[in-house]
Design a protein around this ligand. Sequence first.
Ligand SMILES: [Zn+2]
Length: 512
Amino acid sequence: MAAEGAVEDTQRRPTAAGDGCTATRLERVLTSPQVRSGYASLLVQLAALIVLSLLTVRGPRTGRPLALVIDIGTGDAVDSEDGRGSAAAAHPAEAAGAEAPAADIAVVTAPATEAAAVVEQPLVEPSAEAGLPTANAGLVQPVAHRPGAPAAPGAAIEGDPFAARRRFGAGRGTGAGNGAAGASPASDAAVERGLAWLARHQATDGSWRFDLADCRCDGACRAPGTLSSTTASTGLALLPFLGAGHTHTAGPYQETVARGIYYLLSRERTTPRGSDFCEGTMYGQGVTTLALAEALGMTGDALLERPVGGAIRFIETSQDLHGGGWRYLPGQAGDITVTAWQLVALKSCQLAGQEAPSPTIAGIRRFLDSVQSRGGSAYGYRTPAAKPATSAIGLLCRVYTGWPRDDRRLRDGLDGLVRTGPDPQAIYTNFYLSQALLQTDHPGWPRWNARHRDQLVALQGRAGHEAGSWWFTDAETAPGGRLAHTALAVLTLEVYYRLLPIYSEDAVRRGF
Ligand SMILES: [Zn+2]
């Protein structure tokens, strides 16, 4: 593994890209399920207040019971969440990188039916927390329905896959309101410090660099990376912002994210085989595609549709047609880390409303078969020689390519990985393993998570320019340096709300 490389991961979100593109922003806001359910909720609350006041004023006087009949028709509340991966770094000479994102949606809820009003509140308020300017509230509205989703009134409909990400500020990962328990107040605070460090280390041109060049750091932080792909580093640094709900159209880091996305777009090379964002490594392609797809999914910004479509095309045409994987250069026989990045990127694109070619996904399954051992519960880098990091990546890839969560091979593999307990320095393994455990609702997750989460928080830099960042002794991700480690650590601490539950009803229905 030493030769391998970097790590990565991301998550996905679903979205319905198309909706947001033609409608005006105002239309999107007004037609957003969240806003509609918010209006319905407001009306019900107002009506209830009126009735209560009547009861207070008149009830005792007349002694007559007042009927409480509130007809709100069918309000749909929606909610969902998605996950994505992040990126990683690769070894300059050899390789590395990996990543995994995630998946899908959570469905929803409650049409009001009976005469007496019972209305479910949206699980996530339109824009709730501190730090998010009220004026941004409308911009945060998600794209509405995903392609192919049922939208019958009153039926379960798709909601905002990124809803859980939008709760800016502390507490969003603790289960309050979004069901994504597992974070702690301390881990939420660590995420905020990590994002602040990343924002401070953005280069003047809007990119991020593994070597921390051209930013305000000027050598103040130790352990810069050595990788040179600026698309990989910029995409990787953007993912933690997106994972926490910050986009180029909303949130306290709006400008930071916008500059990063525009930098990525400036690096596009249009080719007959699609949009090339590699900068020398397919890591760059996967990570950039993932970041742009997440931004598209979260905002519906039509500006991103063409580049994302072109990036998918490039991934598709760069696959090793024989083995089914990807490595550094287009067409090379694959390794599991680079392949995982492309898979996560494709999943994210799908959730953003862009089609992922099924022969490409079939090829990924073929590649996974070629590097598995122990009947599919362990995975190697380019061969079946398994290690913890590659096994964690492989198992997560199996989740994303259709294995059911109770699959014995999946469970056996995760049982083995969780048994040894989290190695606090193994950020690469832990990044993937946390996603796989959470996605499969593994019985060992609560205990493993509590230990790992607190270890991560304790390892965050506290002093000087390094405050808010991370550096691990993990050899696999060393070439990515402090930037990659910080991005991966933040993404790992965002796992509670960044990932869309892949086994949700809608996600399972959509498959790949
Ligand atoms: Zn610094």
